[in-house]
Design a binder for this molecule. Structure first.
Ligand code: G1P
Ligand code: ZN
Length: 548
């Protein structure tokens, strides 16, 4: 007989899930009762049993970072102790975030637990994270994460099954007390979903014709997915995928696919023998960066191009219901939505705000400036999905990335765009800066600066068009009469001090001035952003740490 132990514990301060789950330094997560308390809070809120007493089914997997394997065993023992009937686990406790979302939906489960700190570095002294996804496959909404947090402040005990580890290396059914553990190949179902959405024969023919690509998985979770889909199924030459073995410390890489952290890929794509197409994805596989030969595609532009061309892929042949973007994302996608005569939505930062729009059939494609794009095929952003949609478009249009972007800007105009991040600022200083900025908003409209005139200034508030819920204080927006825009907000995912994000945008209608360097085109907007918020005065910073 297996035995269930009830362990006495006490609340641990600060177990408050942020934009995407609870993220902390790995040693914190490995501390006494830390993981256990949070996991018990999850089960206390969502329940491991149904109303009729029968056990629920969950999905479990993670991005393979340090502590992923041991945390999975703890979560399994706790799921069994709390009365779950079945857990579907990726082999080796590996699942990319979009693949986990797909498995939750495919098997009509009661949700899933994903172990990841996304694009944050992994390792004994780096970051770890745990998040809960709902039965629709999407991140838990604020009401649910808030209830989990409340529970962590009251917790007095957690339940644990006394048992040895489950062999997560072996695919098939295992037993843990009364609970079944189904270990599945992490790639198979996801790859089948991709094959159902995209024109694999056309992409295969493109590779067979000599098309060259570099896929950089940054030693994180997408490696096995990319090798199976791009090399095995689509016939891309061996070696197309690099850094394709997931490592507990991501090989020391910072698995955040942007020009700063995916520098090797950028250097190759701008070098003399550059391939036709380059892409990178993040720790848990939900983010993507795409690059053409000698040309970088900003995530905001990528969203717009994907929306304008999605009908070229079989899965989207019937057209899009609508396009949604996070508020700080550029308005380039809005112009496509207007041209297509479909709905457009502006949501707060964080993928969870897209869930209702996707569930209600109001939007088909969604995106964030932070290298996230996805569609209604799952309820998370999906890095490889975006890469495959780009490949599908390239295969059908038979043009280069540069040609496709140039035609796009000629048609819609160009929204020059950049994000400047100021990291590890003292929290009090960042808060004081934001408070002062918020206090100054009423006096800004009508004011001239850097040759531009401010037309409006506010703190973004969002009313969900589906459930009517309201989210306040989602970022300060300053709009200019010429269509330029500055947005300021503090990160909700950082683990060290405060990160100030400044989002900069300027619209050029064309036909002249569409091919400038983004930082050059944005220079007056950048100067205005520093002056209006007094960034240097408040934080002592004169230049950003990361520019994307
Ligand atoms: C960041 C991104 C945001 C994304 C989130 C999770 O959040 O800016 O778009 O949804 O990571 O990947 P932030 O740190 O800005 O709160
Ligand atoms: Zn991620």
């Amino acid at each position: 007989m297996t035995h269930i132990t009830t362990v006495s514990t006490a609340p641990i301060a600060g177990q408050k899930p942020g934009t995407s789950g609870l993220r902390k330094k790995t040693p914190v997560f490995m501390g006494r009762h830390y993981l256990e308390n949070f996991v018990q809070a999850i089960f206390d809120v969502v329940g491991a049993r149904n109303e009729d007493g029968g056990g629920k089914t969950f999905v479990l997997g993670g991005d393979g970072r340090y502590f992923n394997d041991r945390a999975a065993q703890v979560i399994l023992r706790m799921a069994a102790a709390n009365g779950a009937a079945r857990v579907i686990v990726g082999q080796g406790a590996i699942l990319s975030t979009p693949a986990a979302s797909h498995l939750i939906r495919l098997n009509q489960t009661d949700g899933g637990i994903i172990m990841s700190a996304s694009h944050n570095p992994g390792g004994p002294n780096e970051d770890f994270g745990v998040k809960f996804n709902m039965p629709n496959g999407g991140p838990a909404p604020e009401g649910v994460t808030e209830a989990m947090y409340q529970r962590t402040t009251e917790i007095t005990e957690y339940k644990m099954l006394e048992a040895q580890d489950v062999d997560l290396g072996r695919v098939g059914r295992h037993q843990l007390g009364a609970m079944s553990v189904d270990v599945v190949d992490p790639v198979t179902d996801y790859a089948a979903l991709m094959e159902s959405l995209f024109d694999f024969p056309a992409i295969r023919a493109m590779f067979a014709g000599g098309f060259r690509m570099r896929m950089d998985s940054m030693c994180a979770v997408t490696g096995p997915y990319a090798v199976e889909i791009l090399e095995n199924r689509l016939g891309a030459p061996k070696g197309t995928c690099v850094n394709a073995t997931p490592l507990p410390d991501f090989g020391g890489m910072h698995p955040d696919p942007n020009p700063t952290w995916a520098k090797a890929l950028m250097d190759e794509m701008f070098g003399s023998d550059a391939p036709d197409f380059g892409a990178a994805s993040d720790g848990d596989g939900d983010r993507n960066m795409v690059v053409g030969r000698g040309i970088y595609v900003s995530p905001s532009d990528s969203l717009a191009v994907l929306a304008a061309n999605a009908h070229l892929a079989p899965g989207y042949r019937a057209g899009l219901k609508g396009v949604a973007r996070s508020m700080p994302t550029s308005a380039a996608a809005d112009r496509v939505a207007d041209a297509l005569g479909i709905g457009k939505f502006e949501t707060p930062t964080g993928w969870k705000f897209f869930g209702n729009l996707l569930d209600a059939g109001k939007a088909t494609i969604c995106g964030e400036e932070s290298f996230g794009t996805g569609s209604d095929h799952v309820r998370e952003k999906d890095g490889l999905w975006a890469v495959l949609l780009w490949l599908n478009i390239l295969a059908v249009r038979k043009q280069s990335v540069a040609e496709i972007l140039a035609e796009h800007w000629a048609t819609y105009g160009r929204n020059y765009y950049s994000r400047h991040d100021f990291e590890a600022i003292e929290v009090a200083k960042a808060d004081a800066m934001m408070a002062a900025l918020r206090g100054s908003l009423a006096g800004l409209p009508g004011r001239g600066i850097e040759g531009m005139t401010i037309s409006a200034a506010d703190d973004f508030a969002y009313t969900d068009p589906v459930d009517g819920s309201v989210s306040l204080k989602q970022g300060v927006r300053i709009l200019f009469e010429d269509g330029s825009r500055i947005v300021y907000r503090l990160s909700g995912t950082g683990t060290e001090g405060a990160t100030l994000r400044v989002y900069l945008e300027r619209y050029a209608a064309g036909p002249e001035g569409l091919e400038l360097d983004a930082q050059e085109a944005l220079a007056p907007v950048i100067r205005a952003a520093h002056a209006l918020a007094g960034i240097a005065g408040h934080t002592g910073r004169t230049a950003p740490d990361v520019v994307t």
